[in-house]
Ligand binder design. Structure first.
Ligand SMILES: Cc1cc2nc3c(=O)[nH]c(=O)nc-3n(C[C@H](O)[C@H](O)[C@H](O)COP(=O)(O)OP(=O)(O)OC[C@H]3O[C@@H](n4cnc5c(N)ncnc54)[C@H](O)[C@@H]3O)c2cc1C
Length: 422
């Protein structure tokens, strides 16, 4: 695959991106569909493929891992990361189009073909020294998976107020750890607190976890927070947080005097929140692309249905109340796509994207919500049936309006950037 590093403002898809999208389709048909077929509705039906507490069955997890690994081997999985980190260095425009294209397949297990929250994000590019080999590279190759742990029981939107702490302590002697030798081996960080709603926490090999290292009074609102790499066997898993539509994917992380070596700090001490803010736009670009892709999928399915289903002697698309739902959905999806392309293009030019990323996140996810509701409605009772994907995407739309900054937080950001609130 050839890297496209500049993108472009054109609404045409350039040849390289076209090639990537075609190869994605081939890959899904050849490598993913047989796996999905074998699993049936195990992924989409929450009553299947999950244990009582929500945990995915080994069979479902193995299918996900197989898809990730094959995708990494094919050069798709982390294609947006720079080549020196093992990616393909594709531009944000191409990444946006690839994510959207993937979502337009409908949001089943094939969503794991391109890295999501379980995969490498730019935050992990801060890895240094041994961290590169131990965490970054295997995650890019999809041999390991990760999670991003910020939200706490008391603090979601207001996460800079987090209560989880990390304190430096002299390392315990080996005798304290194992009861044998007595040598100190450098400093450690001691972590205490609780995280919740952390995507992939139950299955991750390691998490990137945010903790307070300097009090807010001394460090300022966004300062004083540091990111640590905590391995799976070091943290305790609390309850599963089973969101309708994402059962088994999120869980609590409990940290009770968890000690990690000094070299597990990812990036600079006290600077993690600023580092994360730098990458917010990419996360919002991805969620916007997903929302637009799902809306495309739903519009296609709904259009097929209303031109086939008959009532009162006519196909139901002829009833204006039916057609206008889909026509409005088409118009809004096009507008959301334009907002996505604009954000991606600005990111490719290294321009400031605070406003554009909030506009996309808020608008595209709300468009998906409307389109998903319309898709259910025009299908009548079939729209509600669990063997069809429509309600699943209603739930997905609802989730997308809350994660990575709620509707209200996006609108706050837009208003602040407009200069109309303090
Ligand atoms: C499926 C799923 C996956 C998730 N994955 C992760 C993950 O991987 N890592 C992670 O760290 N977190 C994750 N989260 C948590 C998610 O980021 C938070 O739920 C989100 O930030 C909102 O926080 P909250 O739920 O605490 O709601 P709150 O912040 O308590 O908000 C409650 C309501 O108040 C509103 N509100 C709050 N503050 C303001 C304000 N200033 N102005 C106007 N309205 C306001 C909100 O918009 C919302 O409507 C996930 C959540 C879900 C559901």
């Amino acid at each position: 695959m050839v890297a496209n590093t500049t993108g472009g403002v054109s609404f045409d898809t350039d040849d390289e991106t076209e090639l990537i999208l075609d190869s994605l389709d081939d890959f899904i048909e050849r490598e993913v569909e047989p796996i999905v077929e074998e699993l049936g509705d195990t992924y989409t039906n929450p009553r299947k493929g999950r244990h009582e507490n929500g945990r995915w069955t080994d069979e479902l997890l193995e299918a996900r891992e197989e898809i990730r690994r094959r995708s990494a081997e094919g050069g798709f999985y982390a294609m947006n990361l720079p080549e020196d980190a093992g990616g393909e260095g594709v531009s944000p425009v191409t990444w946006y189009r690839a994510k959207k294209h993937l979502a337009s397949h409908g949001g089943g297990l094939e969503r794991y073909v391109l890295a999501g929250p379980e995969g490498p994000k730019p935050l992990l590019l801060q890895a240094e020294g041994e961290q590169v080999e131990r965490y970054l590279e295997p995650t890019v190759r999809a041999e390991k998976s990760t999670a991003f742990a910020q939200t706490e029981p008391g603090y979601g939107s207001d996460s800079p107020n987090m209560e989880t702490t990390a304190e430096k302590s002299e390392a315990r002697s080996a005798s304290e750890r194992s009861g044998t030798a007595a040598e100190k081996d450098g400093d450690e960080w001691v972590l205490n607190g609780r995280k919740q709603w952390i995507t992939n926490a139950p299955y991750a090999d390691f998490v990137q976890l945010f903790a307070r290292t300097t009090p807010q009074e001394a460090a300022g609102r966004y300062g004083g927070i540091t990111c640590f790499i905590v391995e799976r066997e070091e943290y305790e898993l609390g309850s599963y947080n089973n969101a309708v539509g994402a059962e088994g994917m999120q869980a609590e992380i409990v940290l009770d005097d968890v000690r990690v070596p000094e070299d597990r700090m990812l990036g600079e001490v006290d600077e993690a929140f600023y580092a994360a803010m730098e990458f917010l736009s990419l996360g919002r670009l991805e969620l916007g692309a997903e929302a637009v892709g799902y809306a495309e999928f739903l519009l296609e399915k709904a259009s097929e249905y209303v031109t086939d289903r008959e009532a009162f002697g006519r196909t139901i698309g002829n009833f204006q109340q039916v057609s206008s739902k889909l026509a409005k959905g088409r118009a809004k999806t096009d507008a959301a796509d334009a907002a996505g392309l604009k954000l991606a293009w600005k990111m490719a030019q290294d321009e400031r994207t605070v406003m554009d990323s909030s506009v996309l996140k808020w608008f595209a996810t709300n468009v998906l919500w409307e389109v998903a509701d319309a898709a259910v409605q025009v299908h009548g009772a079939d729209g509600l049936a669990e063997e069809h994907p429509y309600m699943d995407l209603v739930h997905r739309a609802r989730i997308l309006r809350i994660v990575e900054g709620t509707d209200e937080i996006q609108l706050n950001t837009i208003a602040k950037t407009m200069g109309i609130v303090d």
